[in-house]
Ligand binder design. Structure first.
Ligand code: AMP
Ligand code: MG
Length: 420
């Protein structure tokens, strides 16, 4: 079997995936989702002119030659109506976020005033009869006033189609009264483990048994990619069992991940079953990478099924290279892949020529020279899950004799590198 270059294999997978049908999803559920159309504001923010500070609403012309003492006729708090109007030669005490009353065209900050109660002579706030304010500084018309629509105008496009919604976006949508958002929905992604050796519970292991780690990891990777993980349990190494588990999953999943059973062993039934179920839409590839060489991929009833390898590191790396970009693509993501940077390796990365691209598990740090520096972790075999768990990044070491210390190496970031 000839080895398929990584990019070809990735292209082959993506070419068979389709974005999910967009849905109107409640605002509370769209964090991390991608807008399917441009969103237009039906309301202005702020909805009306209001005060940016605690102070006194005035007519700017009245305080043009400070100091000026004005009677304070009322207090307007946030949430109150914009009343009463400010007459010529008057001031109204106003709190941050309260609506600007008619007649006023500016707000003097409380820090630029002295306020007092006309009867007691003590510093006063508010509507006590006889309260006065001495304004010590002139203000320009419009000073400290947030005018209606100066953040968002009604009719404005707030976000283009293809926007990845973060916390701030959700706040903007809440501020304009949006209750449901047209987005690509979260993909429901089933995760199935295969293997006679796997056990689920906490019982002591019998000879030959191991605990299922891939399912836990893959479910978490799906959630981290903003998908909706669906635990499909595990299937025995039996053609019928694998077929039943997959068939059951197709009805309720937008995509399925399996692990194990895609190699060249006698009991590797996932690739056999996937081939049967998907008709022509199936590829079983030996990708020119290490780890994660075997990949079975098929589309069954419109559902992409990723047959990931069983070795724990391989299943994670295969998820990162093939499943994650495809899942994010079906969820409408404008940049489905992980970011890649040219990092500096602080330690030599040794390897031998074997016709494959090596994905080396590294610890990545953002150093003070502004660059990402990497160091290979110890434990680079495909069962060394512990090193994979501690990796922040995968360095892509091309076929050859490795990379000397100090050299640049293309690196795919799995997380935001910590700064030193
Ligand atoms: P396979 O691809 O099915 O031949 O599995 C390759 C290796 O990965 C074997 O050592 C399996 O025992 C191991 N493996 C398969 N599935 C899992 C799993 N869900 N959790 C942990 N190890 C697994
Ligand atoms: Mg197996």
């Amino acid at each position: 079997v000839s080895l398929v270059p990584l990019e070809d294999a990735q292209r082959r997978v993506l070419a068979q995936c389709q974005p999910l049908r967009p849905l109107a999803v409640p605002l509370a559920d769209v964090l991390g989702c991608v807008t399917s159309v441009a969103l237009v504001a039906e309301e202005a923010v702020p909805p009306w002119a209001n005060s940016a500070v605690d102070g006194f609403a005035v007519r700017a012309a009245d305080v043009a030659s400070p100091p000026v003492t004005l009677p304070v006729t009322a207090t307007i708090r946030a949430g109150a109506p914009p009343e009463p109007a400010v007459g010529s030669g008057e001031a109204v005490r106003i709190l941050t976020g309260a609506p600007l009353p008619a007649g006023a065209d500016a707000v003097v900050m409380v820090e630029d005033t002295d306020a007092w109660d006309g009867r007691t002579g003590r510093e006063a706030v508010g509507s006590a009869t006889g309260a006065k304010v001495e304004v010590r500084k002139a203000v320009a018309p419009g000073a400290n006033v947030r005018v209606a629509g100066d953040d968002i105008a009604a009719g404005q496009t707030v976000f283009e189609a293809g926007t990845v919604l973060g916390p701030g976006h959700l706040g903007v949508l809440a501020s304009i009264g949006v209750r449901k958002v047209p987005v690509f929905p979260r993909a429901k992604v089933g995760v199935l483990s295969t293997g006679d050796e796997l056990v689920d519970g906490g019982e002591p292991l019998q000879p030959g048994q191991i605990r299922d780690s891939n399912r836990r990891t893959l479910l978490a990777l799906v959630a981290e990619a903003n998908g909706e993980p669906i635990d499909l349990g595990h299937a025995r190494d039996d053609e019928g069992a694998v077929r039943d588990a997959l068939t059951d999953a197709l009805g309720r999943c937008d995509a399925v991940l399996t692990s194990g059973g895609v190699s060249v062993g006698d009991f590797d039934y996932v690739k056999v079953v996937l081939d049967q179920l998907s008709g022509g839409a199936f590829s079983w590839m030996q990708v020119a990478i290490r780890p994660a060489k075997p990949l079975a991929f098929g589309v069954v009833q419109g559902v992409p099924v990723f047959g990931l390898p069983g070795n724990p590191v391989s299943s994670m790396v295969s998820f990162e290279l093939f499943a994650r970009p495809a899942l994010r693509y079906v969820m409408g993501h404008p940049s489905p892949g992980r970011p890649r940077v040219l990092a500096v390796t602080d330690e030599a990365v040794s390897r031998r020529p074997d016709g494959k691209l090596h994905l080396v598990r590294v610890r990545a740090r953002w150093e003070r020279d502004g660059r990402v520096h990497v160091r290979p972790l110890s434990g680079q075999a495909s069962h060394h899950l512990h090193a994979m768990a501690e990796a922040d990044a995968l360095s892509l070491v091309p076929d050859g004799d490795g990379v000397p210390a100090g050299a640049e190496v293309e690196t795919m970031l799995l997380a935001w590198p910590a700064a030193t």
